[in-house]
Design a protein around this ligand. Sequence first.
Ligand code: S3P
Length: 172
Amino acid sequence: DSLKHGAKRVVLVGPMGAGKTTIGRLLSRELGFSFCDSDSEIEARCGADIPWIFDVEGEAGFRERECGVIRDLSQTNGIVLATGGGAVLNESNRAHLKEGAQVVYLKTSVEQQFERTRRDRNRPLLQNDEPLKVLTEIFKIRDPLYSEIADVVIMTDKKNPKTVVKQILDQI
Ligand code: S3P
């Protein structure tokens, strides 16, 4: 009952490098909620990491696992759920994520996404010669989808996590 419209969980959406995991952990502590991360849940259930899943099962296999995890976690109350950047591509994921939740879009410029992901080896979609171009392309497709399901949009560029969390708490 502390969240608007009787929401039972907070869902964080946004691109790779938006800070969903960092912000989600801090926010969950402030709310007294548990923190869940769809990517970590996929890895735990599969017993393998994301690069392995992409390698062996392809992106399609990963997306299938992601759908299952999103479906289940969208029924769990009292959590802050950080979602993988591509979770919103699937229409039923979008419906599940909205249901009973305050959805927060951590909006982030492509340049900032790039800065925050450039040393990271755990994101298969960026392990190529032109990660900046990839981030730009997928942002064009996904930004409208994040916006569509968001109750709250917060710009994260050049803000420290504490500031972002404070702004979220003011609006959910
Ligand atoms: C993906 C984002 C990743 C992870 C996977 C695919 C994407 O999550 O789910 O590598 O399609 O944008 P993060 O947004 O937590 O990096």
